[in-house]
Ligand binder design. Structure first.
Ligand code: ARG
Length: 473
């Protein structure tokens, strides 16, 4: 038969091949199968964790009477040498199917025949789940570290902006004056929630599947709790079928990263707008601006634009993994090999973008003059109405009276502060002689010392709270 002859041309024992399976087949796999099955290009980066869990597994095989203490020692030292060889850039052979196969092949070279005893009572199914979890925990720690740097930078910059006024926007229309520190802190708090979500995802990853074997649990009594402690997991999986088929921790990580990406894109968009000539609130530092190949005057915020695009990549990864997992039958399925690409891509994107955003924020120059002059007196219309309410007018009446003033100002091509003082008293009796001082933006922010408001003292307290939060991170 055709299929048979094709197989026969690719014998399994071909030189350089070190397969972990294949004994039950007459011939070797077709090159098309080898190509589609191979995952080493993606999963090689799991090697430090596969080495780590393999060393721990070797130790548990001693009390399980599979290895003598000396054999386990030989395997552990061999694995250390394997790790050094991979770190130094070992040559990957075409037959190295995945990172687990590579490490097994190299261990045979380093430790000899005893290496064949390591893969007892375990499967690549519990192995890859364990290594992916260790990787995720490690990568989340590093992501949080980079977020900490961005958050610290936001606080440093906010400190210097407590006295600077700017418009706050709703619908991207000038709404009310705020301190620039208050605006920047808004982005800070969103990031604190992302850190919390990443922490929760890390905790979801911290459940150890090792000892689940292929699906039914290892037939050799490994002390899983001790193994978990040694590897840095907080607990062990309660069900081996679930353990080899559970990728929820990846979904949670991707969702946390997607939300982080959305927040980063919003900060980026604020800054891109504020850096345009039309706003002119900020200027991007030289080290974080790019030029145009044609227009010599350009100063482009590329890092921020890439940050704005970041959710595309990351939510794409989240969707990809959800679709990989949906409808898979219980236990391990090869579908799951497609879990790592989206996970790694999202983590890589975060690792690249966070330092670039941090650098952009660190080197921004704020133009307080421009920010202050964008605060037009119409933005204090609410303050005017509030003042009338203090004089016993209802807010509804006040809103209507101030609205009529705004319309008059618009019609005469001036701002509220440019209106004739008499117009105020005419609009409503509660708009007395002092009404116009409500149009002072400094006064407006001082009215908002409520907790969480933009009053200068409230913002000071907010900054202190934010510092405390960051120190706890
Ligand atoms: N490379 C595989 C993965 O990433 C490892 C597990 C393979 N297990 C198996 N039974 N073929 O999922």
């Amino acid at each position: 038969m055709k299929g048979h002859t094709t197989r026969a041309r690719h014998p399994r024992s071909s030189a350089g091949s070190h397969q972990l399976w294949g004994g039950r087949f007459a011939g070797g796999p077709h090159p098309a199968l080898v190509a589609v099955n191979r995952s080493i290009d993606v999963d090689l980066r799991l090697w430090p964790f596969d080495v780590q869990l393999s060393k721990a597994w070797a130790s548990t095989l001693v009390p399980a009477r599979v290895l003598t203490a000396r054999e386990a020692g030989r395997i552990r030292r061999g694995l250390d040498r394997v790790g050094r060889r991979i770190a130094a850039g070992v040559r990957i052979l075409p037959a190295d199917e995945d990172v687990h196969t590579l490490i097994d092949r190299l261990l045979h070279e380093e430790a000899g025949a005893v290496a064949s005893r390591l893969h007892t009572g375990r499967s690549r199914n519990d192995q890859v789940a364990t290594a992916s979890r260790l990787y995720t925990m490690h990568a989340i720690d590093s992501t949080i570290g980079k977020m900490g740097a961005l958050m610290r930078t936001c606080l440093d910059r906010a400190e210097t902006l407590t006295g600077a006024l700017m418009p706050a926007y709703t619908h991207l229309q000038r709404a009310q004056p705020v301190t620039a520190a208050h605006w920047l802190l808004a982005h800070f708090w969103a990031l604190t929630r992302d850190v919390e979500r990443l922490r929760a995802a890390r905790r979801a990853a911290g459940v150890m599947p090792l000892g689940s074997g292929a699906v039914a649990g290892s037939a050799f009594r490994a002390n899983r709790r001790r193994l978990a402690r040694d590897l840095g997991f907080h607990s062990i999986s309660p069900n081996s079928i679930d353990a080899v088929g559970d990728r929820d921790f990846m979904l949670e990580t991707l969702f946390a990263l997607a939300t982080l990406a959305v927040h980063a894109s919003r900060l980026a968009e604020d800054l891109i707008l504020f850096g345009s000539s039309e706003f002119g609130f900020v200027r991007f530092g030289d080290a974080f601006s790019t030029g145009s190949s044609m227009m010599p005057q350009k100063r482009n915020p590329d890092a921020l634009e890439l940050a704005r695009a970041f959710p595309g990549r990351v939510t794409g990864s989240l969707m990809a993994l959800l679709m990989v997992l949906k409808g898979t039958p219980s236990g391990y399925n090869k579908d799951f090999q497609e879990d790592k690409r989206p996970l790694f891509d999202a983590l890589d994107a975060a690792a690249l973008l966070l330092p670039a955003i941090t650098g952009t924020v660190r080197t921004l120059r704020f133009d307080r003059q421009r920010m202050r002059s964008a605060v037009s007196s119409a933005m204090m219309a609410t303050d005017l109405a509030d003042q009338m309410v203090r004089r016993r007018a209802s807010f509804r009446e006040a809103h209507a009276a101030v609205g009529s003033l705004v319309r008059q100002a618009e019609e005469t091509g001036t701002d509220l502060s440019g209106l004739d003082p008499a117009a105020f008293a005419k609009a409503h009796p509660a708009l007395g002689i002092n009404a116009r001082r409500e149009l002072d933006p400094e006064r407006s922010v001082r009215q908002r010392e409520i907790e969480g408001g933009t009053g200068p003292l409230a913002v000071r307290r907010q900054l202190t709270e934010a510092m405390r939060m960051l120190d706890k991170l």
